[in-house]
Design a protein around this ligand. Structure first.
Ligand SMILES: Nc1ncnc2c1ncn2[C@@H]1O[C@H](COP(=O)(O)OP(=O)(O)OP(=O)(O)O)[C@@H](O)[C@H]1O
Length: 289
């Protein structure tokens, strides 16, 4: 598969704080990625560097094998930022007409459908929109642009459940017909689990994990049983977190289990459950360094 975007050893410091530290990220063609990290992990900094809004102190960004110069934008690219800088005095339709000029694959039929789906009035002035509605305008542009590389920073922040669901549905349906590279940065981890194919998890500006969602699903487990049994079962496995209760213990592990492991679990009277992505993320951040 070909690489669309490659960030190599990105560093960005604000005073003494590292916003990014030796961060490597590679995005392949036609994959939906999740970019996960707690507050201040460096997600927005990374996206802003790719989008040319700020400069890295060190490291490179390459788009389709070509180094991105200072201030240059990737070709056929759309960045939907957390704070949309849309023109307050303009009407929504004017903003869409402006955006359409920048995106060679812009689809007006899809844009009009999204106006209805997101219940947006094309004649309304941007400054009259609520915060959530303004996010929807950004999301509409991100989807209708059909850019080969689309980055969304917290796209569902401030949206109600119905609109969040509509956004994910539209994204998945359109992606199925028009595959492209999409990266979604978000806090709402369990919500994006069914949407994304791969995740990058960053913490304190560094990469903690890059994996396919399917691999995570197959390897993230919660083990429960007698303390000695859990200790015996988890020996040699990657343990992210343990907790004791009475004579019992639970352990969060990140390890694919084979038939032998499952037989051992039965013999030791141990139960195995799948971890949600949210739980896996918390345990990984707390103890997985
Ligand atoms: N302009 C700035 N001046 C000083 N420090 C900054 C600036 N922008 C970001 N930082 C710091 O850099 C680090 C990374 O911030 P960033 O906004 O990239 O994180 P984030 O993962 O997007 O967080 P959130 O999910 O809360 O939006 C944080 O410690 C933040 O305080």
């Amino acid at each position: 598969m070909s690489i669309v975007l490659s960030c190599d050893k990105l560093n960005k410091k604000y005073g003494r704080t590292y916003a990014l530290r030796d961060l490597d990220i590679q995005l392949e063609e036609n994959v939906i990625y999740g970019l996960l990290g707690r507050n201040g992990a460096g997600k927005t900094t990374l996206l802003n560097i790719i989008a040319g809004g700020i400069f890295a102190d060190d490291g490179t960004v390459e788009v389709r094998g070509k180094k991105l110069g200072k201030g240059a934008l990737p070709e056929d690219f759309c960045f939907v930022g957390e704070k949309n800088k849309l023109f307050g005095g303009a009407r929504l339709i004017e903003v869409l007409q402006f955006a359409a000029n920048f995106h060679p694959n812009w689809d007006w039929t899809f844009a009009h459908k999204l106006l209805q789906t997101f219940r947006l009035d094309p004649n309304q002035k941007i400054k009259q929109l609520s915060r959530g509605t303004e996010s929807l305008v950004g999301n509409l542009i991100g989807l209708a642009s059909r850019a080969a590389l689309t980055l969304f920073d917290e796209p569902v922040l401030g949206l109600d459940v119905l609109m969040r669901e509509r956004f994910y549905k539209e994204l998945l349906e359109d992606y199925a017909n028009h595959p492209r590279t999409i990266l979604l940065s978000t806090h709402l981890i369990d919500e994006i689990a069914p949407v994304v194919e791969q995740v990058y998890i960053i913490d304190e500006g560094s990469l903690l994990l890059h994996d396919e969602m399917n691999q995570i699903r197959m390897a993230a487990h919660l083990i429960r049983g007698h303390s000695d049994a859990v200790a015996a079962f988890t020996e040699g496995k990657r343990v992210l977190h343990t907790e004791s209760y009475g004579h019992g213990k639970l352990a969060a592990i990140f390890q694919k289990l084979n038939d032998g492991d499952r037989m051992q679990a039965r013999q030791l009277d141990i139960t195995i459950e799948n971890l949600t992505l949210q739980k896996f993320f918390s345990y990984l951040i707390e103890g997985g360094h």
